[in-house]
Design a protein around this ligand. Structure first.
Ligand SMILES: Nc1ncnc2c1ncn2[C@@H]1O[C@H](COP(=O)(O)OP(=O)(O)OP(=O)(O)O)[C@@H](O)[C@H]1O
Ligand SMILES: [Mg+2]
Length: 104
């Protein structure tokens, strides 16, 4: 299987706080990978590094074998690396029932 996404030894620090340390993972074609952890574990920081909103202090992100670490988010999007943001609000144009169906 072809590797779609590779995260290699990614670290990110916010002043004294180590949000990510040596994160390594890879995703193959057709695979779904869930990242879980408590509040503040670093999940969003990892997604921000993968999508290019944050630059890692160390490590690399490869998409379809290409090192995208220096690229801004829009360049990654053009390569096909997209990101959906968490929207913790109801969709006002939908009914309550439809909102619940979206979540389900
Ligand atoms: N821009 C930032 N500046 C300083 N600290 C930050 C910044 N972004 C995240 N952090 C800190 O980094 C740590 C990881 O945060 P992150 O938002 O990645 O966690 P999370 O796993 O997404 O949490 P949640 O489940 O609450 O969404 C937290 O301690 C957070 O306060
Ligand atoms: Mg988060």
């Amino acid at each position: 299987m072809a590797k779609v996404l590779e995260v290699q030894g990614v670290s990110k620090r916010f002043l004294g706080l180590k949000a990510l340390q040596g994160v390594t993972l890879h995703l193959e074609e057709g695979e779904i990978l869930a990242v879980i952890g408590p509040n503040g574990a670093g999940k969003s920081t990892l997604l921000n590094v993968i999508s290019g909103l944050l630059r890692p202090d160390a490590g690399r992100v490869l998409f379809l074998g290409r090192d995208v670490t220096p690229l801004p988010p829009e360049a990654r999007t053009h390569l096909g690396l997209g990101r959906a943001f968490q929207i913790p609000t109801p969709l006002p144009e939908l009914t309550v029932r439809e909102n619940l169906l979206v979540g389900a």
